[in-house]
Design a protein around this ligand. Structure first.
Ligand SMILES: Nc1ncnc2c1ncn2[C@@H]1O[C@H](COP(=O)(O)OP(=O)(O)OP(=O)(O)O)[C@@H](O)[C@H]1O
Ligand SMILES: O=C(O)c1ccc[n+]([C@@H]2O[C@H](COP(=O)([O-])O)[C@@H](O)[C@H]2O)c1
Length: 270
């Protein structure tokens, strides 16, 4: 399926005014059921698209692996997995050492270029202000359901265990929005760094009360790559080969990213 769709409004929350219309890429969306691990679609054969929000500063092989793990888990449960989006966070998120959004969009694009179903949604990164994750999910859901297919597509948030845990860190998320993310979208959480995610869910009321809307996916082959560790190696002039795709390394070198963090974050892209 080819083409792009623009922003078409919000399912249940008004989007903040002044949002820019950025097309949602659709070119890689298709049923992955013909691939491995698809036993039989469940009764509803629900079509699912996953969205991963984050800094992607820079994108690593583990960011890409998360989509593969989600695909395997959903297909094995009888869902029809259509594809997924990396949504790099807006520059206004203000995280330390965040390189400019246009660099992170481009790095995600080159990182996902070898995937048949991972795409990059630049909407969040290109807005004039920071956008909360609920609005990112609303935008994808609305764009897909209004123009992509007559059948309803379910959007889910794809994240690592640290992001799930941040839901319960006071002052970080808006509790009503976390509840909406669970109820309307649902979360696929990839275990990370040996953390006992099921126990974290058991011990917290908010997470426990929403456990039916959280799919925990085990990390069968441990992979603790993080962008922080990659940046540290780059700052020290050490190799990052086989941690991030070669095309991303090439992009980083060509744009002198991460070696002089201050200059990278303050220099105009291009
Ligand atoms: N090794 C990993 N295992 C599981 N999830 C991961 C892993 N690395 C990143 N993620 C998840 O990917 C999403 C985007 O992550 P993000 O861009 O913040 O990467 P990060 O490596 O955690 O970054 P940083 O080190 O800069 O904090 C988050 O949901 C995060 O939990
Ligand atoms: O929507 C929110 O309220 C919210 C609160 C905290 C974090 N997030 C999102 O979670 C992601 C965290 O990324 P990171 O790199 O800080 O781990 C990023 O995409 C943020 O926009 C979202």
């Amino acid at each position: 399926m080819e083409g792009c769709v623009g922003l078409v409004g919000s399912a249940h929350n008004e989007l903040p005014s002044g949002v820019l219309d950025v097309p949602l890429p659709l070119d890689k969306l298709s049923s992955q059921c013909g691939s491995q691990n698809c036993s039989r679609l469940n009764e509803q054969g629900t079509k699912i698209v996953v969205v991963s929000t984050g800094s992607f500063n820079p994108p690593t092989y583990m960011h890409l692996r998360m989509f593969e793990l989600a695909k395997d888990a959903l297909l094995s449960e009888g869902y029809d997995f259509l594809g997924g989006y990396m949504s790099p966070v807006n520059d206004s998120y203000g995280k330390q050492n965040l390189v400019l959004a246009e660099h992170r969009i481009e790095m995600c694009k080159v990182a996902s270029s070898t995937s048949s179903f991972i795409m990059v949604d630049p909407w969040e990164a290109r807005q004039p202000t920071y956008q909360r994750t609920l609005y990112v999910l609303d935008r994808v859901q609305d764009a897909l359901n209004n123009t992509f297919t007559s059948e309803k597509v379910k959007v889910m948030l794809l994240c690592g265990a640290d992001l799930l845990e941040s839901f319960i860190t006071p002052g970080v998320w808006i509790p009503e929005q976390v509840q909406a993310i669970f109820e309307i979208y649902g979360v696929i959480c990839i275990c990370r760094g040996g953390q006992d995610t099921r126990n974290v869910i058991f011990e917290n009321d908010l997470l426990y009360n929403n456990k039916k809307n959280i799919k925990v996916v085990d990390e069968q082959i441990a992979n603790d790559i993080s962008s922080t560790k990659v940046r540290r190696n780059l700052e020290r002039g050490l190799s990052v080969k086989y941690l991030i795709p070669d095309e991303v390394i090439k992009y980083i070198k060509e744009h002198y990213l991460y070696t002089h963090i201050k200059e990278c974050t303050n220099t105009k892209f291009g």
